[in-house]
Design a protein around this ligand. Structure first.
Ligand code: BTN
Length: 256
C-alpha cells in the first residue's frame, strides 16, 4: 500500500513488509549485508523484541505504531553518522506536525517528546570501515494509535501517543509517507550541501538547548546547561569547569 503513495526516488524503492519480526533493525542489517540498495525500508506491524538505545526494549504492539528501519549508504566518513540520526529526528518531527498538527520537540540527540512524554525513539546502527560507511540502519519507532492504558506500567508515565495528543486516530500510512518524503528531501540536501541546514533545523526543534541537564554515561555523569550542538552534532554543555562535549549518552532535563 505504501508503495502506491510514495513520490520518493530513493527511500522506499524497496520495501520489506512483515507482520511480525524480532526487530526491524535486525532485519534491515541482515538485508543490508545482503547488498540491499540504499533507501530500502523494513516495516513491521509488530516487533516482539523491539530494541531501544542503551540496551533497553521498545514496546511495539501490533498495528498501533510505525516500527520501521531505513538503510542508507552515505558516501561520507563514519564520524558524520550521528548527524544522520539528528536528520531523521528533524524529518519525523516535521512530518508529525504536518500530518497530525501535534507540535513535538526533540530531546538530544533524537527522542521526540510531547510535553515531556516520549512519542518517538530512534536507534541508529552502523557498519563501517576506518574511513567509509558500509551502511547505516536508522530504526524509528512511533507511538501512533496506542491508548494510554495500553502502555506497560514501567513506561506508562513516560510515554504518550499521537492519537492521545491529537484526540483522534492517525493514519499510519499518511504519516509514514510524509516521513519518507521529508527524510528524502533532507538527505538529498545533505548530499548536495552538507549538514549545516539540518543542524539549524534541529536547533529550532530542540527542547534541550537552554536547559539544565544531567548527562549519564559517555564521559561520566555531570550536570550543566546545554548551550548548543557543534558541527559534529555533539551536545555542548556549560559546566562549572568549562564546556563539555557529549557525543553519546543519555541526557535528562533537570528544571532549575
Ligand atoms: C530509543 O528511544 O531507545 C530508540 C527506540 C527505537 C525503536 C525502533 S522501532 C523500529 C526499530 N527496530 C527496533 O528494534 N528499534 C527501532
Amino acid at each position: 500500500e505504501i508503495g502506491m503513495k510514495l513520490t520518493t526516488k530513493i527511500l522506499g524503492k524497496q520495501i520489506h513488509y512483515f507482520t511480525d519480526v524480532h526487530s526491524t533493525n535486525n532485519e534491515a542489517k541482515r538485508i543490508a549485508m545482503a547488498d540491499a540498495p540504499e533507501g530500502t525500508i523494513v516495516v513491521a506491524e509488530a516487533q516482539n523484541r523491539g530494541r531501544g538505545r542503551m540496551s533497553r526494549g521498545w514496546f511495539s504492539p501490533f498495528a498501533k505504531g510505525i516500527w520501521f528501519s531505513v538503510i542508507l549508504r552515505p558516501p561520507f566518513s563514519p564520524a558524520e553518522a550521528p548527524k544522520c540520526t539528528l536528520m531523521a529526528a528533524v524529518a519525523v518531527s516535521s512530518a508529525i506536525q504536518q500530518v497530525t498538527g501535534v507540535a513535538c520537540g526533540i530531546k538530544w540527540p533524537n527522542d521526540i517528546l510531547y510535553q515531556g512524554k516520549k512519542i518517538v525513539g530512534i536507534l541508529t546502527e552502523m557498519s563501517a570501515e576506518i574511513d567509509v560507511i558500509n551502511y547505516i540502519v536508522i530504526g524509528i519507532g512511533i507511538n501512533v494509535n496506542i491508548g494510554q492504558e495500553e502502555f506497560p506500567a514501567e513506561i506508562s508515565g513516560l510515554s504518550t501517543s499521537l492519537a492521545i495528543e491529537a484526540g483522534r486516530k492517525i493514519s499510519r500510512l499518511d504519516l509514514l509517507t510524509a516521513i519518507l518524503q521529508q527524510l528524502e528531501s533532507l538527505y538529498t540536501g545533505v548530499l548536495a550541501n552538507g549538514f549545516a541546514s539540518v543542524l539549524g533545523e534541529w536547533r529550532s526543534h530542540s527542547i534541550t538547548l537552554g536547559q539544565n541537564v544531567e548527562v549519564l554515561g559517555g564521559t561520566g555523569n555531570f550536570t550543566g546547561i546545554a548551550v548548543d550542538i557543534d558541527n559534529d552534532g555533539a551536545l555542548l554543555i556549560q559546566t562549572g569547569s568549562g564546556v563539555e562535549k557529549v557525543l553519546a549518552g543519555d541526557v535528562s532535563i533537570r528544571p532549575r
